[in-house]
Design a protein. Structure first.
Length: 108
């Protein structure tokens, strides 16, 4: 069974041009399940109106273990937007070393 966050992630990645097999692998889902969700969204006009929840898509990919930078690239979002969504949710995702503070580790 696929939850709403996974469905949003599937549709967002599909719209971003990510292959069905890659989506299935990243979300640890059966290929045919992912294919069916994408196909149904294209066949039924009422499903075209489904608003993809970007936050849910980002969090679903984060829970699947995808790195923040990869999520940003796949969903065509700014890295800091993705990092902020994940940080506010209270889950993982560490920033790359280039984003870390320049403050010294210890005071003199």
């Amino acid at each position: 069974m696929v939850n709403d966050a996974q469905r949003s992630a599937i549709l967002a990645l599909s719209q971003a041009g990510v292959k069905t097999s890659v989506i299935a692998a990243q979300l640890f889902l059966n290929y045919h399940t992912v294919y069916g969700i994408i196909r149904r969204s294209k066949l039924h006009p009422s499903l075209d109106e489904i608003e993809i929840d970007t936050t849910a898509a980002v969090l679903a990919l984060d829970r699947a273990g995808i790195k923040c930078i990869d999520i940003a690239g796949q969903l065509k979002l700014n890295y800091h937007t993705v990092y902020g969504i994940i940080r506010r949710s209270g889950t993982g995702c560490n920033p790359p070393s280039s984003v870390k503070s320049d403050a010294p580790l210890s005071s003199p």
